[in-house]
Design a protein around this ligand. Structure first.
Ligand code: BG6
Length: 477
């Protein structure tokens, strides 16, 4: 038996826009997530077009006030079912629940500093329910659901004018929920600014104007630092984490050209975000890169000071897969929002995500060595099409996936890294972020709803539910 450290945080992660539903009630305004239409002709191994927003898509999303074609508007109706669902989380022995709060519920108009009391009540009730069940919340402040009004008025995060409204939203959360919440993540996958721009920063994409992507990224770095400063002033016990989508890459061959290419990828696709949020400064190479591609980012000394003085307490990552990098190969695989090369030693999910448990150990070890801050695995899991037969779901493939990844987390702890916790994606089936499908299921609890919202919405425990409840109870694998 491989025992985890005492107080290890075990749990599940979800996001408001993928779970809550209730997209237009009790004062909530529309978000960028509510505007993502389900595409029934989806090519699962090539979802690039799903990431792109166009003026036509925006217009039809605004004109269509139903939730029929927009699954994130429905979620799994957690807005109304949270009590029963949290009860199931408890039964699974979850001690930590990573959830996100919807900005568009709390301050629907973003710019007017008017707080929606109904939203405060809704989240207060959730925190009370979690407390009753001895579950510690880990709250993501912004998880791919920017209020659309922020895009319409100022173009989203490309504008620095969004920083103050974001800080007002943060202050509202810290003041209202600080008595329940100690762990905060200001931005989900902050590197999303470079590869899933509609979701993360409200740009139509795909990298139409790379200067805008980097400017928006910088603005979120500043907002992240200032949220930490503000939070610590309100309560010095608050703990803040980064959240970076981790893309573990290997050189395709030992050809020096491939090794160098991989190093370049790591600098730009992994370390940049941690250097800024954990060390508190931009790596010099990035300015060289900006010069090389002839872009100019508006960065002031004052902002660099915020970044320097307000770094995170822990590093969190989402980890799903790995890929290869080669100077000349065009061979690529679908990834968690980016494309990387295939690895002949690895198998992949139906969506082409290459399964690499040892990669999670590589990632943890590398990040811990480099930054020496506790690591939190805030997302990891397997999306697959599950079959509900006679009220049962035998998801042995998911058990295998989770078991192997948890074992490698144990190995990395055994190897000297400090890991605070693991919140799998997801304890319960929710809508996919990338493809807005219901049929890409990650949960340990099956939700009887299909891509069109049909079904009983009844919850069923999958086999993986029982597997994880044992791991969590025994604090061991
Ligand atoms: C991460 C996101 O990128 O991956 C989640 O933080 C998302 O919101 C998860 O759901 C899995 O991606 P997908 O596209 O399969 O839902």
């Amino acid at each position: 038996m491989k025992k985890f450290p005492d107080n290890f945080m075990w749990g599940g992660a979800t996001a408001a826009s993928q779970i809550e539903g209730a997209w237009n009630i009790d004062g909530k305004s529309m978000t960028v997530a509510d505007m993502k239409k389900f595409n029934n002709k989806l090519d699962r191994k090539n979802i690039l077009s799903e990431r792109q927003m166009t003026i036509e898509k925006i217009k039809s999303a605004i004109d269509d006030t139903s939730s029929e074609n927009y699954p994130k508007r429905r979620g799994i109706d957690f807005y109304h079912t949270y009590k029963e669902d949290i009860k199931l989380f408890k039964e699974m022995n979850i001690n930590t629940y990573r959830m996100s709060i919807s900005w568009s519920r709390i301050v629907p108009n973003v710019f007017d500093e008017k707080v929606n009391k109904k939203a405060i009540d809704f989240y207060t009730n959730i925190f009370k329910e979690l407390k009753k069940n001895d579950i510690t919340p880990l709250v993501t402040i912004s998880h791919f659901d920017l209020p659309y009004i922020a895009v319409k008025k100022i173009g989203g995060w490309v504008s620095k004018k969004l920083i103050e409204p974001y800080l007002f939203y943060c202050k509202t959360l810290f003041k209202n929920f600080g008595q329940y919440v100690k762990y905060w993540i200001p931005f989900n996958e902050i590197n999303g600014a470079l590869f899933t721009e509609w979701n993360a920063i409200g740009l139509k994409g795909l990298n139409e104007n790379i200067q805008n992507n980097y400017q928006a990224l910088h603005n979120t770095f500043v907002a992240n630092a200032r949220a930490i400063e503000l939070g610590k002033k309100i309560n010095d016990q608050f703990q803040f984490g980064s959240m970076v989508a981790h893309f573990e890459t290997y050189p395709l061959t030992c050809k020096p050209e491939d090794v160098f290419e991989n190093l370049e990828e790591k600098r730009k696709r992994v370390y940049l975000f941690h250097d800024v949020t954990s060390k508190g400064y931009y790596p010099k190479h990035i300015f060289h890169f900006f010069d090389k591609i002839k872009i100019k980012i508006d960065i002031t000394d004052k902002e660099l000071n915020y970044i320097k003085n307000n770094t995170v307490d822990f590093i969190s990552i989402s980890y799903y897969m790995s890929g290869t990098i080669s100077k000349d190969s065009k061979d690529s695989t679908e990834g968690n929002l980016v494309r990387m090369g295939k690895n002949p030693y690895l198998e992949a999910t139906d969506w082409g995500w290459q399964i690499d448990p040892i990669g999670i150990k590589n990632s943890i070890s590398d990040l811990y060595d480099r930054y020496e801050k506790p690591i939190f695995i805030s997302e990891n899991g397997m999306g697959s099409e599950d079959a509900l037969i006679d009220g049962k779901v035998n998801d042995s493939y998911r058990i295998e996936y989770l078991k192997k990844h948890i074992e490698q987390i144990y190995e990395s702890i055994n190897n000297g890294a400090v890991v605070l916790g693991y919140t799998l994606w997801t304890p319960i089936d929710i809508i996919s972020s990338g493809t807005s499908e219901m049929s890409k299921r990650y949960g340990n609890i099956y939700v009887d709803i299909d891509d069109y919202g049909n079904g009983s919405a009844k919850r069923y425990k999958k086999e993986s539910f029982y597997f994880l409840s044992k791991v969590f109870r025994e604090n061991a694998i």
